[in-house]
Structures are given as structure tokens and as C-alpha cells.
Design a protein around this ligand. Sequence first.
Ligand code: PXP
Length: 249
Amino acid sequence: MTGLPHLRLGVNIDHVATVRNARGGDTPDPLRAAKLAEEAGADGITAHLREDRRHISDADIEGLMEVLSVPLNFEMAATAEMQAIALRHRPHAVCIVPEKREERTTEGGLEVAREENRLAHFIAPLREAGCRVSIFIAADRRQIEAAHRIGAEVIELHSGAYCDAHHDGDFARRDRELEALREMSAFAHGLGLEVHVGHGLTYDTVQPVAAFPEVRELNIGHFLIGEAIFRGLKPAIHEMRRLMDGARA
Ligand code: PXP
């Protein structure tokens, strides 16, 4: 057994909804995927209700709140509309992410330092409603300090740059990005923040991050949903879990 705390796996089901929406019908059903992920050992389900509703819908969030036994991590932009939805559902966790309409995915972390005042006021009612608020940011000391000052309990570090460098075969850049994630996980943990990591993680990139002792949760979506085409969702999640546990041991 390992002396490190359990590393939670949050399974992001957005892209089940992406495939469903490609045809505009009811299948594949993200709720069914979420229940299967739960059965496969996911510690939480993550879903991003985007402003343009390109994948997850309002009805999906409602359904997830009804059917899930594990916590829902509700990802959203810092807008009044999303705040009202979160306050209506009161999910276990809310993760504030930057959102640009034209982007294909969440490209970077939130600029907390530049918007400190607004974000402090934005998250206060969510915290009062009992949601654990997390802020999705780059591995950058300034952003971490700002997230801490505004009263976030959790930060999620964006692992996209690390994963992109790995998949580009630029291993010097990958190692620099990994080192930044490692250092900033320790720094944030030292401030008393809970540290999560997510974006772009695959079987090839998960283990070095899973080994950081300060990291408590990984949120993984696109790769797992893609891999599910070949292995099935449960085996895809089991393999991720096995790799995470191996890195932690
Ligand atoms: N964490 C956050 C905050 C995200 O916005 C996303 C999706 O963009 C993920 C994790 C999961 O990323 P991926 O789908 O690349 O695994």
C-alpha cells in the first residue's frame, strides 16, 4: 500500500454529449456513460456546461444531479447565467474555467490575477451555497496566489501544455512543463489549497502527474471517451485507474 492519499479520478463525460449532438438525438446518453463510469470506479463525474451548449445541455446537468451517487464537478464560466444554474443545483463542486466561443476546447487557465475582485465576489455565493469552488489555472505562481486570495479551496492546474509537448515529441519542453506542474502543485499545497490537475491526459502522460504527492484529483475526459470506442468505457477507465495507482505506489 502507498502512504500517499487516494488520488481521485474525475471522469469528464462532455464528449459523449458531443457525439450525441452530432445527430441531435438522444444517443449516446451521457447519463448512461456517467453511471458506467461510476461502476468502473470513477470518484466523480465532471461536466462542462458551455455557454453555447455545444456538448452538455441544461437537461444533462439536471439528470446528472438526479442519478449520480458520486459527486458532480460542474465546470462553468464565470457568468451570471452559470452562477444562477449552479446555485439552483448546488453541485458538490464547481470549477470555474475560462471560456471563449471560438475555441475548440478550454485552451488555457483562468486569468485570476487580472480579475481578482470580480472573481472573489463571483465565487462567494457559490461557497455559501456549499459548493467546493475550484479555479482552473495555468501552473503559474501569480495565478495560484490570486486564487488563494479570492477564497478558492481548490485549484486545478491545466496540464494541456505538458501533454501537447509530449505528443509533439518535444521532450525538453515536456519536461519543463512537467517540472512547472510539480513545483506549482507543491507551492499551492503549501498555501493550503487542494490541488487537482486536468486537460489532455492520456495513458502516456498520466503517470508522472499522478505521482505528485500533493495532487488529489485528476479530471480526464477526451482521451477516455475516445479510448472507450476501442475497449469499452469501463475497461478504458480501469486501465487509467491502474496506471494512476501504479504511479502512486
Ligand atoms: N479539467 C478541466 C477544468 C477541463 O475544462 C477539462 C476539459 O477541457 C478537463 C479537465 C478534461 O480535459 P480532457 O477532456 O482533455 O481530458
